[in-house]
Ligand binder design. Sequence first.
Ligand code: AP5
Length: 221
Amino acid sequence: MAAGARVVLLGPPGAGKGTQAKLLQDRFGACQISTGDILRKAVAEKNPLGQEASQYISRGALVPDDLIVNMVAARLKEKDCEPGFILDGFPRTIPQAESLDAILQREGIALNAALSVRVPHDVVIERLAGRRTCRNCGSLSHVVFSPPKKAGVCDRCGGELFQRDDDREETVANRLKVYNDQTAPLLDYYRQQGLLKEIDGVGAVDDINARVLAALGGAAK
Ligand code: AP5
Protein backbone atom coordinates (compact mmCIF):
# COMPACT_ATOMS: atom_id res chain seq x y z
CA MET A 1 0.00 0.00 0.00
CA ALA A 2 0.87 3.67 -0.10
CA ALA A 3 4.16 5.14 1.04
CA GLY A 4 3.91 8.85 0.01
CA ALA A 5 1.01 11.33 0.09
CA ARG A 6 -1.80 10.06 2.30
CA VAL A 7 -4.45 12.72 2.52
CA VAL A 8 -8.13 12.92 3.49
CA LEU A 9 -10.17 15.73 1.89
CA LEU A 10 -13.10 17.01 3.93
CA GLY A 11 -15.75 19.57 3.08
CA PRO A 12 -19.45 19.94 2.28
CA PRO A 13 -20.96 18.82 -1.04
CA GLY A 14 -19.66 21.09 -3.80
CA ALA A 15 -16.71 22.36 -1.76
CA GLY A 16 -14.37 21.38 -4.60
CA LYS A 17 -12.97 18.17 -3.08
CA GLY A 18 -13.09 16.28 -6.38
CA THR A 19 -11.57 19.19 -8.28
CA GLN A 20 -8.66 19.50 -5.84
CA ALA A 21 -8.26 15.72 -5.49
CA LYS A 22 -7.62 15.42 -9.24
CA LEU A 23 -4.92 18.14 -9.03
CA LEU A 24 -3.28 16.47 -6.02
CA GLN A 25 -3.39 13.11 -7.77
CA ASP A 26 -1.40 14.58 -10.68
CA ARG A 27 0.97 16.48 -8.40
CA PHE A 28 1.85 13.59 -6.08
CA GLY A 29 1.34 10.62 -8.41
CA ALA A 30 -1.14 9.32 -5.84
CA CYS A 31 -4.44 7.59 -6.57
CA GLN A 32 -7.70 9.50 -6.08
CA ILE A 33 -10.29 7.45 -4.23
CA SER A 34 -13.69 9.10 -4.66
CA THR A 35 -16.26 6.94 -2.92
CA GLY A 36 -19.00 8.92 -4.71
CA ASP A 37 -17.50 8.09 -8.14
CA ILE A 38 -17.09 4.40 -7.26
CA LEU A 39 -20.71 4.24 -6.07
CA ARG A 40 -22.07 6.05 -9.14
CA LYS A 41 -20.19 3.61 -11.40
CA ALA A 42 -21.71 0.69 -9.47
CA VAL A 43 -25.18 2.24 -9.84
CA ALA A 44 -24.66 2.68 -13.61
CA GLU A 45 -23.51 -0.95 -13.90
CA LYS A 46 -26.51 -2.08 -11.80
CA ASN A 47 -24.24 -4.44 -9.86
CA PRO A 48 -25.23 -5.57 -6.30
CA LEU A 49 -23.36 -2.68 -4.64
CA GLY A 50 -25.01 -0.19 -6.99
CA GLN A 51 -28.48 -1.63 -6.43
CA GLU A 52 -28.04 -1.33 -2.66
CA ALA A 53 -26.42 2.14 -2.81
CA SER A 54 -28.83 3.86 -5.22
CA GLN A 55 -31.65 4.15 -2.67
CA TYR A 56 -29.36 6.14 -0.34
CA ILE A 57 -27.65 8.30 -2.99
CA SER A 58 -30.92 9.34 -4.62
CA ARG A 59 -32.15 10.92 -1.39
CA GLY A 60 -28.79 12.34 -0.30
CA ALA A 61 -28.36 9.93 2.62
CA LEU A 62 -25.15 8.09 3.46
CA VAL A 63 -24.59 4.55 2.23
CA PRO A 64 -24.07 2.14 5.20
CA ASP A 65 -20.58 2.22 6.70
CA ASP A 66 -19.76 -1.48 6.21
CA LEU A 67 -20.36 -1.33 2.44
CA ILE A 68 -18.19 1.78 2.14
CA VAL A 69 -15.33 0.56 4.32
CA ASN A 70 -15.02 -2.75 2.42
CA MET A 71 -15.05 -0.88 -0.86
CA VAL A 72 -12.27 1.52 0.22
CA ALA A 73 -10.16 -1.24 1.81
CA ALA A 74 -10.20 -3.13 -1.51
CA ARG A 75 -9.38 -0.01 -3.54
CA LEU A 76 -6.42 0.90 -1.29
CA LYS A 77 -4.80 -2.44 -2.14
CA GLU A 78 -4.64 -1.61 -5.85
CA LYS A 79 -1.28 -0.89 -7.46
CA ASP A 80 -1.92 2.75 -8.36
CA CYS A 81 -2.38 3.51 -4.65
CA GLU A 82 1.13 2.36 -3.76
CA PRO A 83 2.66 5.86 -4.22
CA GLY A 84 -0.05 7.38 -2.01
CA PHE A 85 -3.77 8.19 -1.97
CA ILE A 86 -6.11 11.15 -1.90
CA LEU A 87 -9.37 10.20 -0.17
CA ASP A 88 -12.23 12.26 -1.60
CA GLY A 89 -15.56 11.77 0.18
CA PHE A 90 -14.27 9.22 2.70
CA PRO A 91 -14.39 9.00 5.67
CA ARG A 92 -17.79 10.57 6.22
CA THR A 93 -18.67 9.30 9.70
CA ILE A 94 -16.68 8.67 12.87
CA PRO A 95 -16.99 4.85 12.46
CA GLN A 96 -15.59 5.17 8.91
CA ALA A 97 -12.65 7.24 10.24
CA GLU A 98 -11.98 4.65 12.95
CA SER A 99 -12.05 1.87 10.35
CA LEU A 100 -9.61 3.79 8.16
CA ASP A 101 -7.25 4.20 11.12
CA ALA A 102 -7.41 0.45 11.74
CA ILE A 103 -6.75 -0.39 8.06
CA LEU A 104 -3.73 1.93 7.93
CA GLN A 105 -2.42 0.71 11.27
CA ARG A 106 -2.47 -2.87 9.97
CA GLU A 107 -0.32 -1.68 7.05
CA GLY A 108 2.03 0.20 9.37
CA ILE A 109 1.32 3.58 7.79
CA ALA A 110 -0.52 6.75 8.84
CA LEU A 111 -2.31 9.70 7.29
CA ASN A 112 -0.22 12.80 6.53
CA ALA A 113 -3.13 15.23 6.81
CA ALA A 114 -6.89 15.76 6.81
CA LEU A 115 -7.61 18.87 4.80
CA SER A 116 -10.91 20.66 5.26
CA VAL A 117 -12.12 22.94 2.44
CA ARG A 118 -14.45 25.59 3.90
CA VAL A 119 -17.12 27.00 1.57
CA PRO A 120 -20.28 28.90 2.54
CA HIS A 121 -23.76 27.60 1.79
CA ASP A 122 -24.60 29.99 -1.09
CA VAL A 123 -21.39 29.15 -2.98
CA VAL A 124 -22.04 25.42 -2.61
CA ILE A 125 -25.53 25.79 -4.09
CA GLU A 126 -24.16 27.78 -7.05
CA ARG A 127 -21.42 25.23 -7.73
CA LEU A 128 -23.69 22.18 -7.57
CA ALA A 129 -26.41 23.73 -9.73
CA GLY A 130 -23.93 24.25 -12.59
CA ARG A 131 -21.73 21.18 -12.21
CA ARG A 132 -21.34 18.88 -15.21
CA THR A 133 -19.43 15.58 -15.14
CA CYS A 134 -18.01 13.65 -18.08
CA ARG A 135 -19.67 10.25 -18.43
CA ASN A 136 -16.51 8.88 -20.01
CA CYS A 137 -13.48 10.24 -18.07
CA GLY A 138 -15.09 11.83 -14.98
CA SER A 139 -13.68 15.33 -15.67
CA LEU A 140 -15.54 18.12 -13.90
CA SER A 141 -16.73 21.36 -15.44
CA HIS A 142 -19.18 24.10 -14.55
CA VAL A 143 -21.59 25.85 -16.89
CA VAL A 144 -20.54 29.29 -15.56
CA PHE A 145 -17.14 28.95 -13.80
CA SER A 146 -15.37 26.52 -16.17
CA PRO A 147 -17.64 26.02 -19.19
CA PRO A 148 -16.67 23.46 -21.83
CA LYS A 149 -15.71 24.81 -25.27
CA LYS A 150 -18.74 23.02 -26.73
CA ALA A 151 -21.88 22.73 -24.58
CA GLY A 152 -22.46 19.20 -23.31
CA VAL A 153 -19.09 17.88 -24.57
CA CYS A 154 -16.03 17.16 -22.41
CA ASP A 155 -12.97 19.25 -23.37
CA ARG A 156 -10.63 16.48 -22.29
CA CYS A 157 -11.99 13.41 -24.10
CA GLY A 158 -15.05 14.48 -26.11
CA GLY A 159 -17.35 12.43 -23.84
CA GLU A 160 -20.90 13.40 -22.92
CA LEU A 161 -21.35 15.79 -19.98
CA PHE A 162 -24.22 15.06 -17.61
CA GLN A 163 -25.80 16.57 -14.51
CA ARG A 164 -25.86 14.38 -11.39
CA ASP A 165 -29.35 13.41 -10.17
CA ASP A 166 -28.41 14.22 -6.59
CA ASP A 167 -27.60 17.84 -7.53
CA ARG A 168 -31.35 18.61 -7.54
CA GLU A 169 -32.21 21.35 -5.05
CA GLU A 170 -34.16 19.22 -2.54
CA THR A 171 -31.49 16.48 -2.49
CA VAL A 172 -28.72 19.05 -2.06
CA ALA A 173 -30.51 20.41 1.03
CA ASN A 174 -30.48 16.93 2.56
CA ARG A 175 -26.83 16.32 1.62
CA LEU A 176 -25.87 19.54 3.40
CA LYS A 177 -27.82 18.50 6.51
CA VAL A 178 -26.21 15.05 6.46
CA TYR A 179 -22.79 16.71 6.15
CA ASN A 180 -23.42 18.94 9.18
CA ASP A 181 -24.85 16.11 11.30
CA GLN A 182 -22.59 13.20 10.41
CA THR A 183 -19.42 14.42 8.71
CA ALA A 184 -18.60 17.76 10.37
CA PRO A 185 -17.74 15.94 13.66
CA LEU A 186 -14.71 14.55 11.81
CA LEU A 187 -13.11 18.00 12.01
CA ASP A 188 -12.69 17.56 15.77
CA TYR A 189 -11.69 13.93 15.32
CA TYR A 190 -8.73 14.91 13.12
CA ARG A 191 -7.99 18.09 15.10
CA GLN A 192 -7.48 15.94 18.17
CA GLN A 193 -5.04 13.78 16.19
CA GLY A 194 -3.11 16.91 15.14
CA LEU A 195 -3.86 16.16 11.45
CA LEU A 196 -6.42 18.84 10.58
CA LYS A 197 -5.54 21.61 8.09
CA GLU A 198 -8.25 24.10 7.14
CA ILE A 199 -8.38 26.29 4.06
CA ASP A 200 -10.76 28.84 2.55
CA GLY A 201 -12.35 27.16 -0.50
CA VAL A 202 -13.71 30.35 -2.09
CA GLY A 203 -11.84 31.71 -5.12
CA ALA A 204 -10.36 30.44 -8.37
CA VAL A 205 -9.46 26.74 -8.63
CA ASP A 206 -5.72 27.49 -9.05
CA ASP A 207 -5.67 29.86 -6.06
CA ILE A 208 -7.34 27.23 -3.91
CA ASN A 209 -4.87 24.64 -5.13
CA ALA A 210 -2.02 26.93 -4.02
CA ARG A 211 -3.66 27.16 -0.57
CA VAL A 212 -4.05 23.38 -0.45
CA LEU A 213 -0.38 22.83 -1.29
CA ALA A 214 0.73 25.47 1.23
CA ALA A 215 -1.44 23.88 3.94
CA LEU A 216 -0.07 20.42 3.17
CA GLY A 217 3.45 21.84 3.23
CA GLY A 218 5.80 19.02 4.03
CA ALA A 219 2.88 16.80 5.10
CA ALA A 220 2.51 15.19 1.67
CA LYS A 221 5.60 14.38 -0.39
P1 AP5 B 1 -19.92 12.45 -3.38
O1 AP5 B 1 -19.83 12.15 -4.80
O2 AP5 B 1 -18.73 12.22 -2.50
O3 AP5 B 1 -20.48 13.94 -3.22
P2 AP5 B 1 -20.16 15.13 -2.18
O4 AP5 B 1 -19.28 14.87 -1.06
O5 AP5 B 1 -21.51 15.59 -1.85
O6 AP5 B 1 -19.27 16.06 -2.97
P3 AP5 B 1 -19.45 16.54 -4.40
O7 AP5 B 1 -18.91 15.52 -5.37
O8 AP5 B 1 -20.89 16.97 -4.62
O9 AP5 B 1 -18.62 17.88 -4.42
P4 AP5 B 1 -17.06 18.16 -4.40
O10 AP5 B 1 -16.69 18.74 -3.09
O11 AP5 B 1 -16.27 16.99 -4.89
O12 AP5 B 1 -17.03 19.34 -5.46
P5 AP5 B 1 -16.55 19.34 -6.99
O13 AP5 B 1 -15.06 19.32 -7.06
O14 AP5 B 1 -17.31 18.33 -7.80
O15 AP5 B 1 -21.11 11.60 -2.69
C1 AP5 B 1 -22.37 11.44 -3.32
C2 AP5 B 1 -23.22 10.46 -2.52
O16 AP5 B 1 -22.59 9.17 -2.46
C3 AP5 B 1 -23.46 10.83 -1.04
O17 AP5 B 1 -24.56 11.71 -0.89
C4 AP5 B 1 -23.73 9.45 -0.41
O18 AP5 B 1 -25.03 9.01 -0.68
C5 AP5 B 1 -22.76 8.55 -1.16
N1 AP5 B 1 -21.44 8.46 -0.50
C6 AP5 B 1 -20.24 8.88 -1.02
N2 AP5 B 1 -19.24 8.65 -0.16
C7 AP5 B 1 -19.81 8.08 0.95
C8 AP5 B 1 -19.28 7.64 2.19
N3 AP5 B 1 -17.97 7.74 2.49
N4 AP5 B 1 -20.16 7.13 3.10
C9 AP5 B 1 -21.46 6.99 2.82
N5 AP5 B 1 -22.03 7.41 1.65
C10 AP5 B 1 -21.21 7.95 0.72
O19 AP5 B 1 -17.03 20.82 -7.42
C11 AP5 B 1 -18.41 21.11 -7.58
C12 AP5 B 1 -18.60 22.04 -8.81
O20 AP5 B 1 -17.95 23.28 -8.54
C13 AP5 B 1 -17.96 21.52 -10.11
O21 AP5 B 1 -18.77 21.90 -11.19
C14 AP5 B 1 -16.62 22.23 -10.20
O22 AP5 B 1 -16.20 22.42 -11.54
C15 AP5 B 1 -16.95 23.57 -9.51
N6 AP5 B 1 -15.82 24.12 -8.78
C16 AP5 B 1 -14.92 23.47 -7.99
N7 AP5 B 1 -14.04 24.34 -7.45
C17 AP5 B 1 -14.42 25.58 -7.90
C18 AP5 B 1 -13.92 26.90 -7.69
N8 AP5 B 1 -12.85 27.12 -6.92
N9 AP5 B 1 -14.56 27.92 -8.28
C19 AP5 B 1 -15.64 27.71 -9.07
N10 AP5 B 1 -16.16 26.49 -9.32
C20 AP5 B 1 -15.55 25.43 -8.74
